[in-house]
Unconditional design. Structure first.
Length: 357
């Protein structure tokens, strides 16, 4: 047989095989394409509060610095650092070198006063009997009054010197510092003791201009030290920038802060931003591209991409300034089929399938 005849037979057989396969092959099964299911939400009214972590320094709410009123040698020290004292309690004594001299002056003035009083009493009896002239009695009376004034002045000077020699606590509280010892010579510039009031402490911290505008006297702050929280209330906000830090100084009063050591640092949080009754969406429903934000809306089974303007946001909710209206259904779930014009099914709707061959 010729080669050309054999080749023709092979081609014919192959053609028949292909036709047979197409004729007798089972028809392709129909496939059902299920639309992706999404969940939606609408705008919700709510407050968004942002906090800023800061560091503050603990100080006594009431603190006094005790200085002597007169110079002299320390003759007695009756407290030490860490002691708890009451108002009026004796802290130390000072030999001012003037106590004794003022006492002698007072006693001398008292002797003169008693002598003048005796003379006055005798002369008054004579005057009332008409035995001396009124001018003479008036002179004696003036001398008596002068002696009384001199004694009062001498006694006041003595009392002051006695007070100056006994240094006492002006408030009750804890002795934070006591830097004197027996026989020290002190002057009016020598710091004897530092006393902090009991109970309340002041927390001082600094904030930038962006935050200070969100703070008000009376706002609460939370301070944390060694795992314990302490609640405080802002008592003072400076209206002037600190030239050293470029920040605004703020003070908060902390009740029951005995456990906080004076001068220690604590961590605290304050409100850095706050919006009330804002239109909000969950942050998971918002997408970003090139710095622009957008959401996907559900409209009768079709996805629409819409640009939105986002305001303040926290870890859960974001303020929506524009782009979404009340009643708009915003898709909150993600799927690879989420794009402009795609078809989706909302959670809870009856499935609507598409058939493809």
């Amino acid at each position: 047989m010729k080669k050309s005849s054999i080749f023709g037979v092979i081609v014919a057989v192959a053609f028949c095989a292909i036709v047979a396969v197409r004729v007798f092959a089972p028809e392709a099964e129909e496939e059902e394409e299920v639309l992706p299911v999404v969940e939606t939400e609408t705008l919700q009214k709510g407050d968004i509060v942002l906090y800023r972590d800061l560091v503050g320094t603990v100080e006594p709410a009431d603190v006094v610095y005790i200085y002597p009123q007169e110079s002299g040698d320390i003759t007695g020290v009756f407290v030490k650092t860490g002691d708890i004292v009451e108002a009026g309690q004796l802290l130390c004594t000072i030999d001012t070198k003037l106590v004794e001299s003022s006492r002698l002056s007072m006693e001398s003035a008292l002797t003169s006063l008693e002598s003048a009083r005796n003379t006055y009493n005798r002369q008054r009896a004579l005057y009332e009997a008409g035995d001396i002239a009124s001018a003479t009695f008036e002179s004696v009376e003036a001398s008596y009054k002068s002696a009384q004034i001199q004694y009062d002045q001498a006694k006041l000077a003595y009392d002051y010197q006695l007070e100056y020699s006994n240094v006492t606590a002006t408030i009750g509280g804890k002795v934070e510092q006591c830097g004197i010892e027996m026989h020290d010579n002190v002057s009016t510039d020598t710091l004897v003791c530092v006393i902090s009031g009991e109970g309340s402490k002041t927390l001082t911290f600094s904030v930038p201009e962006k935050i200070v505008g969100n703070l008000s006297v009376g706002d609460t702050v939370t301070a944390t030290k060694s795992g314990s929280d302490y609640q405080g209330v802002i008592s003072e906000i400076s209206s002037m920038i600190d030239s050293n830090t470029g920040l605004f100084r703020v003070k908060a009063l902390i009740d029951e802060g005995d456990a906080l050591a004076t001068g220690s640092t604590v961590s605290l949080s304050v409100v850095s931003d706050h919006v009330a009754n804002a239109d909000t969406l969950s942050v998971d429903s918002i997408y970003y591209s090139g710095g622009d934000s957008y959401v996907y809306l559900y409209e009768d089974g079709i996805v629409r991409q819409v640009a939105v303007e986002v305001g303040v946001y926290d870890s859960e909710r974001a303020q929506i300034l524009s782009g979404v209206s009340a009643g708009d259904e915003v898709i909150t779930t993600w799927t690879s089929e989420l794009y402009e014009g795609s078809e989706v099914r909302k959670q809870g709707e009856v499935a609507d399938t598409q058939v493809t061959e």
